[in-house]
Design a protein around this ligand. Structure first.
Ligand SMILES: Cc1ncc(COP(=O)(O)O)c(C=O)c1O
Length: 416
């Protein structure tokens, strides 16, 4: 058999390729990044971009990015950090990130995803046990897959089960002489609820473990200064290894890991995704320094974000929408229905209301559930919020009345 034979079936997501490509999947959002963008030539109110603080298209950020590209180009520095890709700017950004996170040191990652895979892989040996949340992001799962020792999953945020898994893990490490790594997210990116960092920290009284937190969605959005979910919960010191990405609040690309000096020193020499890959180009580093400075010195971005978040979430709840357990800007609107209805709703929102949001269905979430995921940003206005609540209420009424045909919309037909 040819390994290419399996391409006939594109997998759980790709199975909808023909009916989804270009409209429901791989849509092209055009124009300036922000709450108003174009989709298939029409202006949309966009709620699907993780540009939480609105920095992505801020004139000062654009200026810093352009100047850095002019001064340095996209190539420099060439090579991996360890060989020839190290600069004062990379170091400066790391120092500032460490300071912001109240950690002793930090190290840059070229991509959050690959960085996380490597962090997990390098922190554990075959004698260690990983215990992680069942709704962990794919990069955490991939990191765990590289682990040669035992790994246990606890049901999402279920602290009773986490305790049970820690008991199991402790029995094993007592025999192997290894240690335990607990991994959770700060903000869960689909549901918006928070990893229970306080309860996890309390379990330290009973068990020995180290805590790694993926705060991709919490960095910049949560906590008094925007330092993340651990700051918000008052447990910054309890997080041994803090991970953040530049792909969301920082509106860039790359990421970082922060922790005690000896942890970062170890990671610097052992993160395979950094040792064997080219370091971040200068415009990404200088651009990240600019964004971090704006986050640190100008709280108004986060304040504006939360004004929009609170208005949107309160308004939706008042209108009877189920937003699950979100405590963060991530706003999941949970509806009942299958994939056909989901496609009809998406079409209706885009074509008749000019609203563009992400839609999540089975197999990413359970069958019979439709999740419309809204990402509020500092750039949205109160009028955007009111308009959206009104539109969503109309859509829900239609869904409840059974007005959406139980028929999957066809992207090819829509786009022809
Ligand atoms: C929870 C979480 N972790 C990690 C990542 C990966 O980050 P990056 O986009 O920087 O690779 C993401 C981004 O999608 C994420 O949501």
């Amino acid at each position: 058999m040819d390994i290419f034979d399996k391409f006939k079936n594109l997998g759980p997501l790709g199975q909808y390729n023909r009916r989804a490509f270009g409209y429901f999947m791989f849509p092209k959002l055009e124009g300036e990044l922000g709450p108003r963008m174009k989709f298939m030539g029409k202006e949309m109110l966009v709620w699907s971009v993780n540009n939480y603080l609105g920095l992505g298209n801020h004139p000062e950020v654009r200026e810093a990015d352009a100047q850095a590209a002019k001064d340095w180009g996209l190539a420099y520095p060439m090579g991996a950090r360890m060989m020839s890709g190290h600069t004062n700017y990379h170091e400066k950004l790391e120092q500032q990130l460490a300071e912001f996170e109240k950690k002793e040191d930090a190290y840059l990652l070229n991509y959050g995803y690959q960085g996380m895979v490597s962090i997990i892989e390098s922190l554990v040996s075959r004698h260690d046990v990983i215990v992680y949340d069942s709704e962990a992001h794919a990069c955490i799962i991939d990191g765990c897959r590289l682990h040669f020792g035992k790994r246990f999953v606890y049901p999402h945020n279920d602290m009773v089960n986490l305790e049970k898994e820690l008991e199991r893990a402790t029995k094993i490490t007592n025999k192997t002489g290894g240690g335990i790594l607990v991994i959770t997210e700060g903000v869960y990116g689909m549901s918006g609820d928070l990893g229970n960092l306080v309860a996890i920290s309390k379990l330290r009284k009973k068990f020995d473990f180290r805590l790694l937190v993926d705060d991709a969605h919490g960095f910049g959005t949560m906590g008094e200064t925007g330092a993340g979910t651990s700051e918000y919960m008052g447990v910054m010191d309890e997080v041994d290894v803090y991970f953040g990405t530049f792909a969301k609040s920082m509106a860039g690309i790359g990421g970082f890991v922060a922790g005690k000096k000896e942890v970062i020193e170890f990671l610097r020499y052992n993160l395979r995704s950094q040792i064997f890959a080219k370091s971040l180009p200068m415009p990404m580093v200088i651009g990240a320094l600019k964004r971090l400075e704006m986050i640190r010195t100008r709280p108004e971005f986060k304040e504006n974000l939360w004004k929009i978040v609170n208005a949107l979430q309160d308004g939706l709840k008042k209108n009877g929408f189920n937003l699950g357990k979100t405590e963060s800007p991530v706003t999941p609107v949970i509806l009942e229905g299958g994939i056909p209805e989901a496609s009809q709703i998406t079409y209706d929102l885009r074509e008749n209301f000019g609203i563009f949001c992400s839609i999540v269905t089975y197999p990413v979430i359970p069958k019979g559930v439709i999740l419309l995921r809204l990402i509020p940003t500092a750039g949205h206005s109160m009028e955007d919020v009111e308009y959206t609540i009104d539109a969503f209420s109309k859509v829900k009424k239609k869904l409840d009345a059974g007005e959406y045909p139980n028929e999957m919309m066809d992207a090819e037909k829509i786009m022809s």
